[in-house]
Design a protein around this ligand. Structure first.
Ligand code: A2P
Length: 347
């Protein structure tokens, strides 16, 4: 594409949508125009962009005429309904919801891991789940070195992953508890302040949550290797920004902690913080607002032949959502893939 694209942000008033706008600005994304979209509730309000304000328009089936690229973060239902209309108008969608992730017509992409999957897009590209993204950024270079057989992951996920309402809920609950009041829980099934909830999203028939099965299925699709087995326990914790993960990996071949440290230090998108005796390891308070995936506590699992334990932390709103979406858009531009070959694939 020779001219700069017209870019829409669908869900621009939400936590991720606002971050998308700020990342487009920070990275000087080459857009000829940026159009924020949200529900009818927000039409006419403004969102900050590039030192000024942009007026929010209502997202409708007709919103995409003349739009080249749409970054969606407006919930699964909204995306399921509107993304096909965008693709039919010739607009490429990068969608942050779970609506299209496991659809065989849609690549599921983390640019550091599987950028080549963008070659076969048909107009809708899915951005993976936040906890999956940061994990696969670290898994990929280790898999290339020693072939991963099995991953056991437990997550400690921030409330911002559930959107603006959950950020407000944690703030309100903490304030009320300091005033000796009994806070209500509305976003989550139980109080999140000073608590941990071993439930993210709904429970499925196999007693895992939907979030846990996202980590299982999305990891295999992104890594492109059905031999990798993943099992997950996902937990919501009272942290505003930054997901943490304890990851146990079993490999086909031996990889020492020292070798893994060298590989991860050289891997794209990763910063190794691993000097535990000096108190240096990744933490959500340091990852918030940063682009990298931080890896530390790298150590050999002494209970199996070829195993490692890692602690992985990243800003779930940036690398886990808005940044990865913008990086996908940048890769589409670099590879001249910002076009829809067959506009009716999703109808
Ligand atoms: P709105 O603010 O008008 O409700 P978050 O994940 O932080 O809660 O944000 C969700 C985003 O998705 C918001 O920008 C919200 O807009 C938008 N959104 C929710 N439902 C719709 C819809 N039916 N059509 C368009 N945008 C929607």
């Amino acid at each position: 594409m020779s001219k700069q694209p017209v870019v829409a942000v669908a869900g621009a008033t939400g936590a991720v949508g606002r971050e998308m706008l700020s990342i487009l600005e920070q990275r000087s994304f080459p857009a000829s125009k940026v159009i924020p979209m949200a529900s009818a509730r927000s039409a006419g309000t403004t969102v900050p962009f590039a030192g000024g304000d942009l007026t929010v328009t209502e997202l409708t089936e007709d919103s995409f005429k003349g739009v080249d690229l749409a970054l969606f973060s407006a919930g699964g239902g909204t995306s399921e309904k509107f993304a096909p209309f965008a693709a039919q108008s010739g607009c490429v969608v990068v969608d942050n919801s779970s609506a299209w992730r496991m659809d065989d017509r849609c690549p599921l992409v983390v640019p550091e891991v599987n950028p080549d999957d963008l070659d076969w897009h048909d107009g809708i590209i899915a951005n993976p789940n936040c906890s999956t993204i940061q994990m696969v950024v670290a898994l990929k270079p280790l898999h290339d070195a020693a072939s991963i057989k099995r991953v056991v992951v437990s997550t400690y996920q921030a409330v911002s992953g559930s959107g603006q309402k959950a950020i407000t809920e944690l703030e309100t609950q903490v304030r009320k508890m300091f005033n000796m009041e009994d806070p209500e829980a509305s976003v989550y099934p139980h109080r999140i302040a000073f608590n941990c909830l071993p439930q993210i999203d709904v429970f499925l028939d196999n007693d895992y949550t939907k979030e846990e099965m996202k980590m299982v299925n999305e990891t295999v699709k992104i890594m492109g290797d059905h031999n990798i087995k993943v099992t997950a326990t996902t937990v919501r914790v009272p942290v505003f920004y930054g997901h943490s993960e304890s990851v146990n990996i079993e490999f086909e071949n031996k990889l020492t902690a020292k070798e893994a440290r060298v590989i991860l230090t050289q891997a794209p998108g990763i910063t190794v913080l691993d000097n535990p005796k000096e108190g240096i390891y990744p933490m959500p308070i340091n990852s918030a607002g940063e682009d990298e995936t931080f890896v530390g506590r790298i150590r050999e699992d002494e209970t199996i032949d070829n195993g490692l334990n890692l602690w992985i932390v990243s800003d779930n709103i940036r690398k886990g959502a808005a940044l990865n979406t913008v990086q996908i858009a940048e890769t589409l531009l670099e590879r001249d893939l910002l076009r829809v070959e067959d506009p009716n694939v999703f109808f």
